[in-house]
Design a binder for this molecule. Structure first.
Ligand SMILES: C[S@@+](CC[C@H](N)C(=O)[O-])C[C@H]1O[C@@H](n2cnc3c(N)ncnc32)[C@H](O)[C@@H]1O
Length: 379
């Protein structure tokens, strides 16, 4: 095989990485990018970042140039809380969690920039350059050509993992939405759900004491039971739920005057939004433990609050997993201390957590808490 053939083979192999990355980020939301199959598992964001990063570092070293990460401003755009030279080798689960992107196209944009650099470098390589030994400590010694095969092999392995992960996560999201869609029509037939919404609404109203014209968002609203009980004491309601079945039930309640003038929306706060709010009160009832990655959602809930506005979250205390049972894909309750940390990291103050009754299920009592926090009047 001629030297030209070898270079063409490498160029072809590397040219597949950018289109694969673009496919993997297309339409991906924050939940999909940052969800983990277990607490040790890599996220889609980490896999795609590392794939591009290791090519950049290793090929830039071969080319004796600065990686595009710093040379073209990608480190600033990602703004990760990691050392600027870090490219993911030896990362622990906390380091993986630190790789968060608000905009998924950053990942494909960076891979595109790396691909252009790699392509330009490959075009300079002749047979002698490919055979140059760069690490004689191995037997046989590592040549430039061998290193490039390792780099592209590593990238393909990680992209394969990313494709597998995205498929599993998408099916999981669909299962959750299907489950709530199916339960929506009969949700309100269960008197315990109606009663716990009434109880939670009273607790929220007592803790927050909203103005009569307060603009309210209920997130993960289900059939809007909490909002129904808040409605007589507050102003305009916005009701968000990812389940189309739940939204249909809420829309029917709007039309029947049960939730007068409420706006029903499909709002995803796993990513920042800039055209929503502001709200004087954002309330959640038993929704946060269903959110795969709660910290950024809390941060985005804080962002849609008006200055001086309140966040009120009623949820399950940590439990042994028996509440939802085998196969549940959310969290077995929410640790109030972690919720406090997420609120404070989101810039909220006056965080307060108090008990908020119990829920009976399978003959067992599960304690609930009410967490409230306030966005400072001025930041
Ligand atoms: C246990 S239900 C509670 C519904 C309502 N708040 C109530 O107490 O009757 C959980 C709700 O959270 C919604 N949900 C599930 N995953 C979510 C997510 N990632 N973000 C926001 N809401 C979600 C579901 O569609 C469902 O309506």
């Amino acid at each position: 095989m001629s030297a030209m053939d070898t270079r063409d083979l490498l160029t072809d192999a590397f040219s597949r990485l950018a289109p694969l990355t673009r496919e993997l980020v297309e339409g991906a939301d924050g939940d999909l990018l940052h969800a983990r199959l277990d607490p040790q598992a890599n996220t889609l964001a980490w896999l795609l970042w590392h794939t591009a990063r290791q090519q950049d570092v290793q090929v830039a070293a071969l080319a004796d140039r600065e990686p595009v990460w710093t040379a073209e401003g990608w480190a600033d755009r990602f703004d990760l809380p990691l050392d600027v030279d870090d490219f993911g080798y030896g990362h622990e689960p906390d380091d993986v969690a630190a790789v968060r992107v608000a905009d998924p196209t950053l990942l494909s944009g960076y891979q595109d920039a790396v691909a252009a650099m790699v392509d330009a470098h490959l075009a300079t390589l002749d047979a002698d350059a490919l055979d140059r030994v760069i690490d004689a400590s191995y037997d046989p010694p590592v040549t430039v050509g061998v290193r490039l095969v390792s780099v592209v092999g590593d990238a393909l392995q990680h992209l394969g993992q990313a494709a597998f992960l995205r498929g599993v996560l998408e099916r999981r999201q669909e299962r959750i939405a299907d489950d709530f869609d199916q339960r929506a029509a009969t949700w309100d037939d269960d008197p315990t759900k109606v009663e716990r919404a009434r109880f939670a609404a009273e607790a929220v109203l007592a803790a927050v004491d909203p103005r009569p014209d307060a603009r309210v968002l209920e997130y993960g609203a289900g059939t809007g039971l909490l909002a129904q009980h808040l409605a007589p004491r507050v102003g305009p309601l916005t009701l968000a739920d990812p389940s189309s079945g739940m939204r249909a039930v809420m829309q029917a309640k709007v039309e029947r005057g049960i939730l007068p003038d409420a706006q029903v929306v499909d709002l995803d706060l796993s990513q920042p939004v800039d055209d929503v709010g502001p709200f004087d009160l954002v309330a959640l009832l038993l929704a946060l433990h269903h959110v795969p990655d709660p910290a950024p959602v809390v941060a985005n809930l804080a962002e849609v609050l008006a200055p001086g506005g309140s966040l009120a979250i009623v949820d399950l205390e940590p439990e042994d997993g028996s509440f939802h049972g085998e196969g549940f894909e959310g969290h077995p309750g929410i640790d109030p201390d972690r919720l406090r940390t997420w609120c404070e990291a989101a810039g909220l103050g006056e965080v307060d957590v108090v008990p908020c009754g119990t829920m009976e299920r399978h003959g067992q009592d599960y304690p609930l808490f009410l967490a409230t926090a306030r966005r400072p009047a001025q930041r």
